[in-house]
Write a protein that binds this ligand. Structure first.
Ligand SMILES: [Ca+2]
Ligand SMILES: [Ca+2]
Ligand SMILES: [Ca+2]
Ligand SMILES: [Ca+2]
Length: 201
């Protein structure tokens, strides 16, 4: 009887703890915040509830990008003394470093099928758009242009990538094939144009 009571008590504790924990309701929002004194990646429910610090690490953690299926989050961090791209599962576990180089790596963007990540890599102060497989293999420079290129955003059909570049003297929006070919300038405005993102499917 004592054993049965203990089991019931344990079950009640587990139920209580699960009921009190953050509840996930539908798609969540990931963001960066320095509310605890340094930048971290947070996630929250779409109504702002259940905010969780996923990185909880004293370095700067920025640029969260959720994989299309919501199971992984790519981000950029200087935790190893240099800005690199990392990926973790959506609960903050299993952090894996994907890049390991002297340059600045940031702004990750997932391919729609979740197999590749485009990002900005500034090797010698000359940012380029690179792509790699999500297992860090197959690193490829897509832009190979002496000007600054950054802010990549993968098209919903996976076939092209929008980005911004100052190659004509000021920042404009461009689109290229996912292999770096077929570069087309979309804007030609005198001011700076940046931060492209795709709307719709
Ligand atoms: Ca941090
Ligand atoms: Ca780096
Ligand atoms: Ca460049
Ligand atoms: Ca412009």
């Amino acid at each position: 009887m004592a054993k049965t009571n203990l089991s019931i008590t344990l079950l009640a504790i587990v139920f209580f703890l699960s009921a009190c924990g953050p509840r996930q309701v539908g798609p969540r929002v990931a963001c960066s915040s320095d509310r605890d004194g340094d930048w971290e990646i947070y996630v929250m429910n779409a109504d702002g509830s259940g905010q969780i610090n996923l990185t909880n690490e004293p370095s700067t953690d920025w640029f969260p990008a959720c994989s299309p299926d919501g199971t992984r989050i790519a981000f950029s961090s200087d935790r190893d003394g240099n800005w690199d791209i990392y990926v973790m599962t959506a609960d903050g576990s299993g952090v894996t470093r994907l890049t390991d180089n002297e340059g600045w790596d940031g702004e990750p963007s997932w391919s729609p099928d979740g197999t590749r990540i485009a990002f900005t890599f500034a090797r010698d102060g000359k940012p380029e758009i690179y792509v790699m497989n999500a297992d860090r293999s197959g690193l490829t420079n897509l832009t190979k242009d002496p000007s600054s290129d950054g802010g990549s955003s993968w098209a919903p059909d996976g076939g092209s990538i929008a980005f911004s570049s100052d190659r004509d003297g000021d920042w404009e929006i461009y689109v290229m094939n996912a292999d770096g070919g077929g570069v087309t300038r979309l804007t030609d405005a005198p001011g700076d144009d940046a931060g492209p993102t795709w709307c719709g499917k």
